[in-house]
Each structure stands twice: as structure tokens, then as C-alpha cells.
Design a protein around this ligand. Structure first.
Ligand code: ZN
Length: 324
């Protein structure tokens, strides 16, 4: 397989995974950057292919190695190409007269057969081939871009009607206001000015403020739950947890670990109000708590503190033996 083919196959596999795969991939890797890398590689292939074909035509005279092999002293003699009986013959010429040349030709014809072989001419690829290849690459990138655009428009948050989105956002704001214990507004950041790939965050809220912004993906999962009773496992759990997390920031909690601890507890109530059974809501938030313990590296500040346990100082419902 050529490098160009490998790049294209890899791009197709990635885009399929991006469209159909886990939500984590979608939120972690901005697809535009992947397309830009693919475009850069295609350009690179084009440029190096164009450089390769513009190399000078091979010298048709016998090569140095052949001269040595067939006994020409390369420096002093001129070589004359003579066509006899449709075959090309090189003879060594150093100022001989016409008759002598005839003799030389006769000698050559009598002896080495190798010299009578037609000169080697490599198959040169057409100069347009790299451009054609590049256009194929552009076509692949364009088709995949269209596929993503189509899928996003048909299935994404943006595909919902304006009034549906408004209704959904009002519902999210209502639930958030209940937990924040004051009127707050939830926005779905369609233009991704505040949240999304760049910030590596699913939501943004000002501590103690009145507005929080969620990514369209989180909003869509909340919408699916609240309006279509559609539960998508950990994806739905994450969406509830993000809404609850930003809500606790609005309520005034700044520390990320503490905020997340409160969020996973309030998430049980929010999930229940959006349509989950109490048992499912608890199970989803417990899963989120278990996954929280695995957080490392850049997201380690979101890890809940040790006091985030049943009976701990961060337990919002100290009276019950359930957590969250
Ligand atoms: Zn936060």
C-alpha cells in the first residue's frame, strides 16, 4: 500500500469512529484538525511526487560502468550512435576516417551482441499522475467532510427545531434553578464560543453567576432523556453530571472536586426529574463517581475529595445510608 492509501484508509476509519464511536472520542479530538493534517499529508505527497517526475531524463549514452565493461576509455573517445538494420549500435570514435568507421561498425556487428541491445528507457509516469492522485485525496477528504456535515445536521442538537431547542433549554434552566436555589439560565453553546474542543470542557459557568453554557452534545443527551426517554448509558450519566456540575458552580462552589461531589449527588434528583427511575439515576451517578476516581493528569483537579462519601463532610444527605 502506498503512503497516500494508508493515510486515506486511516482517515476513513477515524471519521467512521468519530461519527459512530464513543462520545469521548468526539469531545476529545476536534475533527477539523484531523482533516487539516490529512490535507497537509496529501499536499506533501503531491509536492514530492512532482519533484520526482521533473528529474532529468536519463542519459542515453552508455553509463560509466558499461564503458569500463566494454573496454572504452571513457575520457578520450567519443561515442557515435549508429543505426544498422533497425538497431542502435554505439561505437568508439577517435578521429577515424569514414572507411575506418565502416570497419569499426562491421567489427561491432560481428562481436558483442550486448551492445546491440536497445537503450534502456524507463517507464516514466505521466506528469499528471500526482495531480490526479492529489485530486483523489481531496475527493476523499471532501466526501468525509460532507458525511460529517450531513450526519451532524440530521442527528445533532442543531437538527432540532428552534422552538424545540428553546423548550429544552427552558427545561434545563428550570432544573438548574431548583438545584442552584435561585433563577439561573442554561445555554447550549451552538457556536462553541465558550465550550467545546478548544477548552476541553463540556460546560462553563461563572462561580456564583447566573448563566452556564453546555456543549451541544451534552444538551442533546439531556434532550434525548427529557423529551424522548432515551438513555444512552454513561453518555446520559455524563450529561446529567455536567448540568449538575455547572449548576453547583452557579450556586457558588468554586473548587472543582467539591463541585463534582455535590453534582453527582444532585444528579440523582435531576436524573429522576428528567425521567429516570430513582434506581437507574443512582446507578448512573455511582458509575460517574467510580470513573471519577480514575481521573489522572490534566483532569485530576476534578477528582472528588476523600470526604466525598456516605457520612463524609460533603455528603448532602447525611441522614441516608445511600451515596450518591
Ligand atoms: Zn467546574
Amino acid at each position: 500500500m502506498s503512503p497516500a492509501t494508508i493515510v486515506r484508509v486511516a482517515l476513513v476509519v477515524f471519521v467512521l469512529a468519530w461519527i459512530f464511536g464513543p462520545y469521548e472520542l468526539r469531545s476529545a479530538v476536534p475533527v477539523l484538525i484531523v482533516f487539516l493534517i490529512a490535507l497537509g499529508l496529501e499536499l506533501n505527497f503531491l509536492i514530492s511526487a512532482l519533484r520526482g517526475t521533473s528529474a532529468p531524463r536519463p542519459d542515453r549514452k552508455p553509463q560509466e560502468i558499461d564503458r569500463a565493461r566494454y573496454g572504452y576509455d571513457g575520457e578520450t573517445d567519443d561515442l557515435v550512435l549508429v543505426r544498422r538494420h533497425g538497431e542502435e549500435v554505439w561505437i568508439s570514435y577517435s578521429g577515424e576516417s569514414a572507411e575506418e568507421i565502416e570497419e569499426l561498425i562491421a567489427e561491432t556487428e560481428n562481436s558483442p551482441a550486448e551492445l546491440a541491445e536497445p537503450a534502456f528507457e524507463p517507464d516514466r509516469p505521466s506528469a499528471l499522475a500526482p495531480v490526479r492522485q492529489f485530486l483523489v485525496g481531496l475527493g476523499v477528504i471532501g466526501a468525509l467532510g460532507l458525511a460529517i456535515w450531513f450526519v451532524e445536521n440530521r442527528t445533532g442538537w442543531d437538527a432540532l427545531g428552534g422552538s424545540t431547542r428553546l423548550e429544552a433549554v427552558e427545561r434545563f434552566s428550570e432544573e438548574a434553578s431548583r438545584v442552584a436555589e435561585k433563577p439561573v439560565e442554561i445555554y447550549c453553546d451552538e457556536s462553541r464560543d465558550f465550550v467545546g474542543a478548544v477548552q476541553h470542557a463540556d460546560g462553563v459557568a461563572e462561580v456564583g453567576g447566573e448563566r452556564a453554557y453546555l456543549t451541544p452534545e451534552i444538551c442533546l443527551d439531556l434532550y434525548r432523556l427529557a423529551f424522548d426517554d432515551e438513555v444512552r448509558g454513561s453518555q446520559t450519566a455524563r450529561a446529567i453530571a455536567v448540568l449538575a456540575h455547572e449548576t453547583w458552580h452557579l450556586r457558588g462552589v468554586g473548587d472543582e472536586g467539591t463541585t463534582e461531589c455535590y453534582a453527582l449527588q444532585s444528579g440523582v434528583e435531576i436524573g429522576g426529574r428528567l425521567g429516570l427511575s430513582d434506581e437507574t439515576a443512582r446507578q448512573l451517578m455511582r458509575q460517574q463517581l467510580a470513573e471519577n476516581a480514575l481521573r489522572t493528569g490534566g483532569s485530576v483537579e476534578y477528582r472528588v475529595p476523600p470526604e466525598c462519601r456516605d457520612g463524609g463532610s460533603l455528603d448532602l444527605d447525611a441522614g441516608s445510608a445511600r451515596f450518591p
